[in-house]
Design a protein around this ligand. Structure first.
Ligand SMILES: Cc1cc2nc3c(=O)[nH]c(=O)nc-3n(C[C@H](O)[C@H](O)[C@H](O)COP(=O)(O)O)c2cc1C
Length: 204
């Protein structure tokens, strides 16, 4: 465990790690991740989140099956490699799609709502919490990734997990210790100058 990692070191090196050991993750570590999540902001401090920790092999296998179906349909061997997805991301994501059921913990981040249509605003009250989980996992020596493919089977997965109607799933986070040879960042990202304008859109 490397809890002493600096704040910016954690941000600069937190990247998707999808090759995870099947070794169990202690309950108190998972609770620590969720505690980090609960420190995030939400609209009006509504804290409408709920985190489902899934370790049961049968449940994981069913979720993995839905996930794999979406993966196959979108990126599977029958599909040409999408130009927007880098090769290393594709092979890493393929591995996860093939091995999701073996990941020790699947953490489903959910958000309660009032029945109105799903919007970006709703998402903005759960994704900061998800990012806190990713960063806390990095600090605690765990690997993880944010995934959303399960959303195409939202109804089936909600039924499987007993999630009520007024709750939407936001992200499925596979969590475990990284396999040997699979390391944290540095992440590859566009420089600040490329993604920043000052005052008006066209000004750099
Ligand atoms: C909204 C969102 C949805 C994502 N969905 C998936 C997914 O379904 N499966 C997956 O393997 N990765 C998924 N990712 C992870 C991205 O592929 C990953 O963050 C990106 O490639 C950067 O990877 P890096 O942090 O390792 O550089 C998702 C990321 C985001 C932000």
């Amino acid at each position: 465990m490397t809890e002493q990692i600096g704040f910016f070191d954690a941000i600069y090196t937190q990247r998707a790690i999808r090759h995870l050991k099947p070794d169990p993750v202690p309950r108190e570590i998972i609770e620590r991740l969720i505690e980090a999540a609960t420190k995030a902001p939400s609209g009006g401090n509504s804290q409408g989140w709920k985190f489902l920790v899934i370790t049961d092999p049968d449940t994981k296998a069913k979720i993995a099956e839905y996930y794999f179906r979406v993966w196959e349909k979108s990126y599977g061997s029958q599909n040409p490699t999408p130009p927007s997805v880098q090769d290393h991301v594709l092979s890493s994501a393929q591995y996860l799609a093939d091995h999701m059921a073996e990941v020790p913990v699947l953490l489903m981040a959910c958000i309660q709502h009032d029945g109105s249509p799903s919007t970006m605003t709703r998402g903005s009250s759960i994704y900061p919490a998800v990012q806190n989980i990713l960063l806390a996992a990095r600090a605690l020596g765990l690997g993880s990734a944010i995934t959303t493919m399960h959303k195409q089977y939202e109804d089936e997965i909600k039924a499987l997990l007993g999630i009520p109607e007024n709750v939407e799933t936001a992200a499925l986070l596979p969590i475990g210790y990284p396999q040997d040879g699979y390391k944290y960042g540095p992440t590859r990202r566009a420089p600040v100058s490329e993604v920043t304008s000052w005052e008006k859109w066209d000004e750099s």
